[in-house]
Ligand binder design. Sequence first.
Ligand code: NAD
Length: 263
Amino acid sequence: MTACLNGKTALVTGSTRGIGLEIARQLAMAGCNLMLNGIDEPSAVNLAITELRTAGADQVAFNDADLVDPAQATRLISDVMDSYGCIDILVNNAGVQHLAPVEAFADEDWDRIVEINLSAPFRLIRQALPEMRSRGWGRIINIASVHGLVASRHKSAYVAAKHGLVGLTKTVALETAIEPITCNAVCPGYVRTALVEAQIASQAQTENISLEDAAESIVGQKQPSKSFIAPCDVGAMVTFLCSDASAQITGSVFTIDGGWTAQ
Ligand code: NAD
């Protein structure tokens, strides 16, 4: 089923590459106008914009708000309103990771992860909700992680932030339950993007094995499917959650994890 989202305006944070770019691509294919966001080089941004135009997006804009800065996060929604006059869909996707044992976790790494992965979604939802209410329709989708449901060693800040994001999702769903606005979370397992490539490279170096062996080991330890999840599968789930068919789905948490959390 292809959702029809013709003329809707969608903001996807962290959409200049990886999962966010695939979400933006599928929303563009469903008819949305897009506001991209990210902190990548101009060449990556231009490539992302070209890809989305090819995918059929009528209008694509870009905003370089660095979501570690609360002021920039707060300004992002105003910039969407200035560009498009409305915001119908908010996908909180930008996220960062850092691995360290909890006793060696630096304050600055903890704060950066919690700010980008949890506090920025809160600030963006707070700003976007009144705009959605004024138009009587809205979709908020938070890209959490299996780490919003279960833990892994050395990921204390990420696990805490993603658990928090799942909790935020449920609270916003309750506060909007009688309105035509929904809020849901998507929890992917391992998707082979830049975020996971860093972990693969680090394990390959530590264990003196090839990148492919490290990738196989990382995914094999957690995902019974022993395969990475395709970014477009996350995009398809998000697009479904924006469709009319999902009007009564709110406060839900969807895993796409090759069986990880079934164990
Ligand atoms: P990625 O590193 O490939 O892309 C991250 C995106 O976020 C980029 O567009 C980057 O520019 C943007 N970004 C990073 N820091 C930012 C900041 N300070 N302000 C604004 N934008 C910023 O990551 P990904 O794998 O595509 O991850 C996307 C989301 O999916 C994250 O929330 C991540 O936690 C989640 N996730 C990823 C996986 C995985 O295996 N890759 C699994 C579960 C959940």
